[in-house]
Write a protein that binds this ligand. Structure first.
Ligand code: URA
Length: 237
């Protein structure tokens, strides 16, 4: 017997945490009964589990995709307003259901992972694994040494201190700076809020690496399938 959310993750529905939300939303039926408790256990061989009316089958082959998300694309599996999602960009070339690992804002471009491996998604997004995410940002103005120091030490955003981050100016031009930022958390609009907090609004933002996995030359809208070696780079320090 396994916990319902673990079984759902094994079937490629989403990460374990996201599956818990789906259970609480009353979208899961086991043998015809809606289940909303997180401790519920199922027998993967015998029980019939439906999510939004669709029967789950355990994933046979796990797949991992690295996509360069274009500006204006939503980083979720579905959008209630019908806007284009990262899953729409890959679904014609992928014959299994995949979902995005973590989030990028609508107006952020760059590296996003898609998978059908719920345990992998859980590991990547869990703070315990402390994975570094690298961004290139175009920001207004030129930050002073003091502002950069403040950024590195941690800033209060939404009433909570951020963990130490890295900040490096790559280029200065026309009153703007191109900077490299490395953070370990994944709070909502975190890079934008941190830059706002030191008085330098983000004009453009792109994620270029997760752990040691780099976006490289992949163009916006393009994606590649990752082999095990590439996948493991995400966890390299
Ligand atoms: N920080 C942001 O502000 N936005 C993102 O999309 C990712 C990190």
């Amino acid at each position: 017997m396994v916990r319902l959310q673990k079984f759902m993750a094994d079937c490629g529905v989403a990460s374990r945490r996201k599956c818990e939300e789906i259970i609480l939303q009353g979208r899961v039926k086991v043998n015809g009964r809606t289940i909303t408790e997180l401790g519920f256990k199922v027998d993967p061989q015998k029980d019939k589990v439906l999510v939004d009316g669709k029967k789950l089958v355990p994933v046979q082959k796990k797949i991992y995709i690295m996509l360069n998300k274009p500006f204006g694309v939503i980083s979720s599996a579905k959008d209630e307003k019908g806007r284009k999602t990262v899953v729409d960009l890959v679904k014609d070339k992928v014959d299994v259901r995949v979902f995005p690992v973590g989030r990028l804002d609508f107006d952020t471009t760059g590296l996003i992972l898609l998978t059908n491996d719920g345990e992998f998604a859980y590991k990547v997004t869990h703070p315990k694994h402390d994975i570094e995410k690298t961004y290139i940002a175009l920001i207004e103005g030129v930050p002073t040494k003091e502002e950069i120091e403040q950024f590195k030490k941690g800033l209060f955003i939404d009433g909570k201190l951020t963990s130490p981050a890295k900040f490096r100016i790559l280029k200065v031009f026309k009153g703007m700076s191109l900077v490299e930022i490395k953070i370990h958390e994944g709070r909502n609009r975190q890079v934008r809020k941190m830059c706002d907090a030191i008085g330098h609004r983000v004009l453009k933002l792109k994620r270029v690496a997760i752990g040691k996995l780099k976006l490289g030359k992949l163009k916006e809208g393009e994606f590649v399938f990752l082999d095990e070696n590439m996948v493991n780079k995400v966890f390299e320090k």
